[in-house]
Design a protein around this ligand. Structure first.
Ligand SMILES: Cc1cc2nc3c(=O)[nH]c(=O)nc-3n(C[C@H](O)[C@H](O)[C@H](O)COP(=O)(O)OP(=O)(O)OC[C@H]3O[C@@H](n4cnc5c(N)ncnc54)[C@H](O)[C@@H]3O)c2cc1C
Length: 504
């Protein structure tokens, strides 16, 4: 085998996944057809859960030094903004950062942890058998055939990998298109951002650089234009005149693009030795800025599982749990983006204005606002609790930030323990017999942390926890309650079930 894993596509999701694999000492290569990261940024946001994931890997401060935190987001461009600041995290905002910059940070990280990146290399065929996967790629030197134990298609919406693996992409074609322009505005809005929904259509404007603004527009006179047809400055200008009463002196387009609301999801995220992640696995109207974010979250879910399989420590069910866990998350994502599209894309009549203003009023109710903010933030994601573990409210949930007082009396933010991509076994009951339960020296991929909780927002949730196993992607595999009569036996069983039973 040339590699343990070949990742096809070096967009944000492919780079994130490859870095996660390399962190776990997997020999991984990214094949990317572009010479360099595209300067045209589709995404402009990193939402709270993605920021937490970057925090887990020690990358958040780098991104923060580039982007700009904003405490709010939007749902269907309703007037009442979603308030992320009430969420239980120090990443309780959206980071306003271009996809270009996010990709650069990810690529640098991937390189620094040992990922081989082959740019200007286009994959043209992918074939698998029981032993491995053969990838044919064309680069500046011609055609080459390379092999790997696994291949991940992170090759975007038109995914060749998905097609060649024969995975159906089920859903609906586009029924509308919208436009965007990264442009100069001679008379930019006075406020930082602007969002206007009228009987003539929708316009949203945000600054993207010191010089450029992004104009996003749904113009009912133009929603039938196919996405392949280039956008003209004139189209944006006339739409802005109708919707805003002025085109704000729009000029000097840096990037104009048309995109649609095709909504599809791969029927399976895995076909034997081939996996899909990111836009290769799901597409939707970019409402609320979620696509890149969920793709990064998928990469985190898949990376450690694939590494465990390759290192011979994965339980039989682990690899399939990638699909089982992520498919329903993305089904909910598609529902949420379709709901937003209905609310902002098809109907600009007074009755829609009425519906939108009613929903906007409802979003003033803190609980309603928080519910939708948590959805967009991806804080509502809870994986199905492990049925064989002792029941506990934390099982399957995202691991929220905790301050820990370690045995040596230092206080640390628990997220710092995840920089190396290990499992963390958090032992909160000071039981010396923990050492006798498992031969820890054989478990290089588990970091055993004996600590007490030194404070956090959800401290009460941890009051009754004896020991918890936290997965490398920051979800809680299981927590053993202190009330359990034989907690160490439960810990031992839990380790065996999740981290490689052959050792115990
Ligand atoms: C207008 C718009 C605005 C958006 N705004 C947001 C936002 O604010 N927030 C958000 O989270 N998401 C947003 N998105 C969605 C986001 O851009 C995508 O979800 C994200 O880019 C998906 O990342 P990916 O790595 O899966 O795929 P891609 O970014 O599409 O990357 C795929 C990569 O694979 C490469 N590739 C493809 N085929 C091959 C091949 N055969 N061989 C080698 N390489 C190949 C491509 O060159 C590309 O680099 C937006 C999308 C649009 C259209």
């Amino acid at each position: 085998m040339d590699y343990e894993v070949i990742v096809v596509g070096g967009g944000p999701v492919g780079m994130m996944l490859a870095a996660e694999l390399a962190l776990a000492k997997v020999k991984v290569c990214v094949f990317e057809r572009l010479k360099d990261t595209t300067p045209y940024s589709r995404a402009l946001t990193l939402h709270p859960r993605s920021l937490e994931l970057f925090d887990l890997r020690g990358l958040k401060s780098k991104l923060m030094s580039i982007g700009k935190p904003l405490p709010t987001g939007h749902f269907a461009a309703l007037d009442t903004r979603l308030d992320f600041s009430v969420l239980d995290s120090s990443s309780n905002y959206t980071l306003y950062i271009s996809q270009h910059d996010t990709e650069k940070v990810l690529e640098e990280w991937a390189q620094s942890v040992g990922v081989e990146i082959r740019r200007e290399t286009e994959v043209v065929s992918v074939r698998q058998d029981a032993q491995g996967v053969e990838v044919t790629a064309v680069d500046l030197n011609g055609k080459a055939v390379l092999s790997a134990a696994y291949v991940v298609g992170a090759d975007g919406a038109g995914s060749l990998v998905r097609k060649q693996a024969g995975i159906p992409f089920e859903g609906t074609d586009a029924t509308l298109t919208a436009m965007l322009g990264d442009v100069v505005l001679a008379y930019p809005p006075e406020t930082n951002g602007l969002s206007r929904f009228t009987e003539h259509g929708l316009v949203m404007i945000v600054p993207v650089t010191d010089r450029l603004h992004r104009v996003v527009m749904i113009d009912p006179l133009r929603t039938g234009v196919p996405k392949e047809e280039p956008v003209t400055l004139e189209e944006l200008s006339s739409g802005m005149e109708r919707i805003l009463g002025s085109d704000l002196g729009i000029c000097e387009p840096f990037w104009l693009s048309r995109y649609g609301n095709a909504t599809r999801q791969a029927k399976r995220y895995r076909e034997r030795r081939i996996f899909l992640a990111g836009d290769a696995a799901h597409i939707h109207f970019p409402a609320g800025g979620q696509g890149l974010n969920v793709g990064l979250q998928e990469a985190m879910n898949l990376g450690w599982k694939l590494a465990a399989e390759l290192k011979g420590r994965a339980p039989a069910w682990l690899l399939d749990s990638y699909h089982t866990e992520r498919f329903p998350v993305n089904t909910a994502l598609l529902r949420n983006t379709q709901a937003q599209t209905l609310l902002m894309g098809f109907d600009f009549s007074p009755r829609m204005m009425g519906l939108r203003s009613m929903l906007s009023d409802l979003l003033r109710i803190p609980e309603a606002n928080k519910e939708l903010a948590a959805q967009i933030a991806a804080f509502d994601v809870r994986y199905a609790p492990d049925e064989e573990a002792l029941p506990h409210a934390l099982n399957g949930r995202r691991f929220t930030e905790l301050k820990l007082r370690l045995d040596n009396d230092t206080v640390r933010n628990a997220y710092e323990l995840f920089h190396s991509g290990c499992f963390v076994l958090l032992h909160l009951a000071s039981d010396d017999r923990l050492n006798d339960v498992v031969p820890w020296e054989e478990y290089g991929h588990i970091q055993v942390v004996r600590a007490s909780i030194a404070g956090n927002r959800n401290e009460a949730e941890w009051d009754d926890v004896h020991t918890a196993l936290i997965r490398p992607d920051g979800h809680i595999a299981w927590a053993v309650p202190r009330s359990e009569p034989q907690p160490l036996e439960a810990v031992k069983r839990g380790i065996a079930r999740w981290c490689g039973s052959h050792h115990i």
